[in-house]
Structures are given as C-alpha cells and as structure tokens.
Design a protein around this ligand. Structure first.
Ligand SMILES: Nc1nc2c(ncn2[C@@H]2O[C@H](COP(=O)(O)OP(=O)(O)OP(=O)(O)O)[C@@H](O)[C@H]2O)c(=O)[nH]1
Ligand SMILES: [Mg+2]
Length: 300
C-alpha cells in the first residue's frame, strides 16, 4: 500500500565551487531556478527549491561553493553555507572525480558528518573514467562515513533517481511547510536578476562578471500578457561598463536577448527587458551596497 503520511525534510546541497550543485538542483526540480555557469562562485545566496513526490515534500537548499572569502560578499556567501547546513535533515555533499580531498572539503565534512546523515555525490560521471570514479569513492570513504555514495551526472540525469531512494529513509514525518505547487521561495524579481547574472557569467571574461550585481528596478505585469522588466547591472569599474555594453551596444543586446528568452520560458509570458549599466566601485566590500543589491544574508 502507498504511504500517505506527509513527510518533509530540508536537504542542503554543498560542495566546492563549480562541482555542479545548481545544475543538480535544477535537474531534481525539473525547472531551472538556479544560475549555472562554468565559472566558479556562480551561486551567491542560498536558493530554496521545493519538490513534491507522492507523500514527501523535499526542500532542497542550493548553496554557494565553499571557499576562503576574500571580500565581504564572500564572507556572506560562506555564512549562507554554514547557516544552511546548520539545521538540515540530510546533506548532499557534491564533488567531482579527484585524487585528494581538499582542505576546505575536509573542514566541511568533519563538521557535517557529525551532525546529520551525509550522502556523497560524485558528479560529472559523463566526463570521467570509471576507474577514477572508483578511486574517488575509495579516497572519500577511507576517511569519512557516508549514508551512501552515488556517482551521478547532474547534466545528463544519469543515476540521479538513485538519490531519492537513498534520501527517502532519512525523511521524517511532518506536515509540508510549503504549498504543494511551490517551486522556490525566491521572489520572481530575484529569479529575473539571476537569469541576467547567469548571462553575464556566460558571455563575459572572468574578471568582469564576478564584480557584477543585478538589481531589478521595475517589474510590471501588464494584464498577464507582458512582463515589463527594468534591470540595472552594477559593475566595479568604468572599463567593465564598456565591456558589458560592447561595441555599439552589441554585448548588452546579446545579454538582453538571451536573458529575455530564458525569462519568457520561466514566466510563461512575453517579456520586455530594459537593461542599464552602472558603476559602483568596490561594492563587494561594502556592506551597504551588498544590502542594497539584495545580497544581505547576514543571519547572525
Ligand atoms: N559534464 C558535466 N558538466 C556538468 C555536470 N554538472 C554540472 N556541470 C557543469 O559544471 C559547471 C558548474 O555547474 P554549476 O551547477 O554552476 O556548479 P555549482 O556547484 O553550482 O557552482 P557554484 O555556484 O559556483 O558553487 C557548469 O558549466 C555545468 O554545466 C555534469 O554532470 N557533467
Ligand atoms: Mg551554484
């Protein structure tokens, strides 16, 4: 007989930058809510993704990649990771094939393996050798105990169904905390801003997009037929502004077109997108700017 008792759990997805945490979240939800790029530190805040399967409501927390912070923004990102793992039922620890566990991974594993069940996910198996995956499993399980170790590909979805069979025994009974059709607690404006930031990360060279923040200044729903969105892209240097705008505005146009396409798909309506570029020097080290940009995750 089917189990009808409502169950729910908070599940943190943690790991080094770029290992595929957000790709995994999007894949598990079947919807793209988190920005993904090949540059590390794409995710800046905790992103909640809610999924219902039969009697279980899974609340996944995607987190920024673990790193040693160099700016106030980085410090906030690390706090967002720590506050996410503080009170969850299960941790999904994501890594890639590798020969050694890094120091930062060890620090996190020392902590989380003591506080809750941890499932190790070895991601990107579509591009790694089987022997290397096995060696990675050996390396991790030599020093730590996991509830399960699952090699997966978040990109192709290979073996990801297995995550649920390992998760489910750890999900406690409890009333669902969110409406059954809720996908995320991210407001629409935040999703719109993240879509734009993802395009900046994908289209521009390293130094420029890491110093950008996107603020949605206007978000108007016109009779359910059109979303009129006005966004400001802040960058750290006048030179960066030029790069973002590009020759004759070509780069900004490209960013706008790609972002609009994604927004139309996500919101299911036509979108009119206006982008403006502004300079705000060293904002990543200014608490006031970080707060203004909606990146204030200070939970202490
Ligand atoms: N080949 C392959 N690439 C993957 C897989 N999962 C993620 N990627 C790629 O890895 C890069 C990083 O993915 P993200 O999901 O942004 O990684 P993340 O861990 O969220 O990164 P941060 O937010 O920076 O911590 C992107 O280019 C993804 O397309 C996978 O299973 N296979
Ligand atoms: Mg991410």
């Amino acid at each position: 007989m089917k189990d009808l008792t409502p169950k729910t759990a908070f599940i943190a997805i943690i790991g080094l930058p770029n290992v595929g945490k957000s790709t995994l979240l999007n894949h598990l939800l079947g919807e793209k809510i988190a920005a993904v790029s090949k540059k590390p530190q794409t995710t800046r805040t905790r992103i909640t993704g809610v999924l219902v399967r039969e009697n279980i409501q899974y609340v996944f927390l995607d987190t920024p990649g673990m790193h040693r912070p160099k700016t106030k923004l980085g410090e906030g990102m690390v706090r967002a990771i720590n506050s996410s793992v503080g009170d969850v039922d299960v941790v999904l620890f994501v890594t890639e094939t590798k020969e050694e566990i890094t120091k930062i991974e060890r620090e996190m594993l020392d902590k989380v393996t003591k506080s809750c069940p941890v499932i190790l996910l070895i991601n990107k198996t579509d591009v790694s050798k089987k022997g290397d995956v096995l060696k990675t499993i050996e390396t991790f399980t030599r020093d730590y105990e996991f509830e399960a170790v699952i090699p997966i590909s978040a990109a192709t979805g290979d073996n990801t169904e297995h995550i649920f069979s390992e998760l489910d025994p750890h999900i406690p009974e409890g009333d669902w905390l969110f409406p059954s059709d809720m996908l995320t607690d991210q407001p629409e404006r935040v999703i719109a801003a993240e879509i734009i930031r993802e395009k900046l990360l994908r289209l521009l060279d390293d130094e420029v997009p890491h110093g950008t923040a996107v603020v949605i200044e206007g978000f108007r729903d016109i009779r359910g037929h059109l979303l009129d969105i006005r966004a400001e892209i802040f960058c750290e240097k006048a030179g960066h502004k030029g790069i973002i705008i590009g020759k004759n505005g070509a780069m900004l146009k490209k960013i706008g077109t790609y972002a609009r396409e994604d927004m139309e798909e996500f919101f299911g309506t036509k979108v009119n997108l206006n982008l403006w570029v502004k300079v705000k020097e060293n904002w990543r080290d200014s608490v006031a700017s970080i707060t203004n940009f909606g990146l204030n995750f200070d939970e202490e």
